[in-house]
Design a protein around this ligand. Structure first.
Ligand code: UTP
Length: 287
């Protein structure tokens, strides 16, 4: 069974970025010159995903427009001979029928957002990508995970090690390292205090799930922050099926957080030949 479908929950309120996110979706915040969601979609497509499923909410129209044609703009660029920009704009739009939208009518939590895609995904394993987790890597992280899924044939979540004092910002897992980079998960807790955290291994926003997760999310049990948490459904899944933590190759930036977002902008901008050297000089000067 191939992983062909990817779910992108984009219905959150993005309160940490207010007022920027008052009228603009958080996922449309740009890192250098590309919105976060575009990085995630490109990662999915480069990993062999054939169907993009957006779970949107109110106020997310700019995101839908971003992945659609903009004839007026295209025409102007053509008339001005801006061929490169025209190509860039055109390449954003996936093949017709590749993107499907569904709505989460209330932001009840990430678990609930994923559950909203149940009928579109159907009875097959699928990926979930959170655009706020931006990862700089040679091989797309989802591709690394799909390769591992081909071996393990089980649900999986990408993991990072976090400082002990940060465990209350993540789903934290406990388990045994089976072999290099693969952790057989035995338990998970959402946002535990550093004192009670079972480890410092945190789940981040790349998942592969078997469709069983939908039944477990369908219970609508509220968890941490009174939200329907995907972590809680993963704990239930663990009772029936194996679940693995996956240490990926790459650097992850938490773009849902102001500091992480600025770090991502710096890291990605420094890699750009047209602005990197100028920026490097400026950083040296102000430090
Ligand atoms: P976050 O936990 O970062 O929440 O969501 P948020 O609402 O986007 O941002 P803050 O914390 O208020 O600043 C992680 C991902 O899950 C999606 C978000 O859009 C984001 O991609 N999400 C979250 C939903 O789709 N629905 C929800 O109910 C909650």
């Amino acid at each position: 069974m191939k992983i062909k479908k990817a779910v992108f929950p984009v219905a959150g309120l993005g309160t940490r970025f207010l007022p920027a996110t008052k009228a603009m979706p958080k996922e449309m915040l740009p890192v250098v010159d590309k919105p976060l969601i575009q990085y995630a979609v490109e990662e999915a497509l480069a990993s062999g995903i054939e169907q993009i499923i957006f779970v949107t909410g109110s106020g997310k129209t700019p995101l839908e427009n971003h992945f659609d044609r903009q004839y007026e703009l295209e025409d102007t660029l053509r008339k001005r001979d801006k061929t490169d920009l025209l190509k860039t704009i055109e390449s954003i739009v996936p093949k017709s029928g590749t993107i499907i939208y569904t709505r989460q009518s209330e932001p009840l939590g990430l678990g609930h957002a994923i559950w909203c895609a149940r009928d579109i995904v159907g009875d097959e394993p699928f990926a979930v990508l959170l655009a706020d987790d931006l990862i700089q890597s040679e091989t797309p992280v989802l591709y690394q995970m799909i390769k591992m899924f081909d071996r393990l044939r089980a649900s999986m979540v990408a993991t990072i090690e976090v400082p002990k004092e940060d465990t209350n910002r993540y789903g934290i897992l406990s388990g045994e390292e089976d072999y290099d980079g693969i952790i057989r998960v035995t338990n998970m807790v959402e946002k535990p205090d550093p004192e009670s955290a079972p480890s410092n291994i945190a789940a981040i926003g790349r998942y592969i799930f078997t469709p069983r997760i939908f039944d477990l999310l369908g219970d609508h049990k509220r968890g941490a922050g009174n939200e329907i948490q995907v972590t809680d459904a993963m704990v239930e899944l663990l009772k029936e099926q194996p679940l693995f933590g996956f240490k990926f190759e790459g650097t992850r930036f938490d773009c849902g957080d102001k500091a992480g977002f600025q770090m991502a902008n710096l890291a990605f901008a420094l890699e750009r030949p047209e602005i990197g050297p100028q920026l490097r000089e400026y950083i040296k000067k102000i430090l």
